[in-house]
Design a protein around this ligand. Structure first.
Ligand code: Z5A
Length: 208
């Protein structure tokens, strides 16, 4: 059976995750590699319902702890119902954000402790990505790229400093796990970003 592979794509808003996600899908399709495309928060019916709550502006102010617990609740559903079954069938999994996003946004952004994040991770995440692309670039660049969007979700309306802290938390995590993370300079052109991603993918496919 083919070796399965779990790839996540991370980065603050506007760094080009969707663009890389689409390119990976195309690359694997051309190679005839069975894979699924999924995202967090989301990926199952319950997890997508939690996503709506997480990103909506409606109702009362959401506490940071509530946000963190909901992220991990959705992740528990997603890991058990989607990611593990796909990997068990030998399919590759391409995931737009995963647990690292909680360390960046709830840890770095909201200031919640690593101890709490580690505890929740130990309860919900028993499968980490084999490879994580961190698309990194200045906060202002991301803001500029998504400026044309007509609506912003609840988290996107956070202030500049929040995203600076999230970016730094991503970089710290990537540096602490160099075997899993590949940091890509997202301020390059789309073509340059995709070329770097596809070189890494080609290496993974050769090593398979
Ligand atoms: N969140 C969390 O807090 N904790 C968690 O544990 C998890 C998530 C899992 C929803 O995520 C929110 O959930 C997110 C983090 C939080 N909130 N924020 N911020 P999401 O992934 O659904 O939403 P997002 O981060 O806001 O994604 P995004 O804004 O769509 O970013 P993107 O996918 O990286 O951007 P893109 O659509 O690929 O590109 C944006 C634009 O830039 C687009 O017009 C592209 O054509 C253009 N682009 C892309 N690359 C380039 C380059 N290289 N040059 C020029 N232009 C480019």
């Amino acid at each position: 059976m083919e070796k399965h592979f779990f790839i996540s794509i991370e980065g603050i808003e506007g760094m080009g995750k969707t663009t890389v996600f689409d390119a990976l899908h195309q690359c694997l399709t051309e190679k005839g590699i069975k894979h699924i495309l999924t995202r967090e928060p989301g990926g199952t019916i319950i997890a997508e319902a939690i996503r709506q709550i997480l990103l909506s502006h409606e109702g009362e102010e959401m506490l940071p702890i509530t946000e963190m617990l909901l992220m991990f609740a959705s992740r528990a559903q997603h890991v058990d119902h989607v990611i593990k079954p796909a990997l068990a069938k030998g399919e590759w999994v391409i995931c737009d954000r995963f647990a690292d996003a909680s360390y960046a946004y709830q840890g770095g952004g909201r200031g919640l402790s690593k101890g709490m994040l580690d505890t929740l991770s130990s309860w919900t995440v028993d499968t980490m990505p084999d490879l994580t692309f961190l698309l990194d670039g200045p906060v202002d660049l991301g803001v500029e790229r998504i400026a044309k969007r007509s609506t912003k979700d609840r988290i996107e309306t956070e202030k500049h400093d929040f995203f600076e802290r999230a970016r730094q938390a991503y970089l710290d995590r990537a540096k602490s796990q160099p075997d899993r993370f590949v940091i890509i300079d997202a301020s390059q052109s789309k073509e340059q970003v995709l070329a770097e991603v596809l070189v890494t993918m080609a290496k993974q496919l050769n090593d398979k």
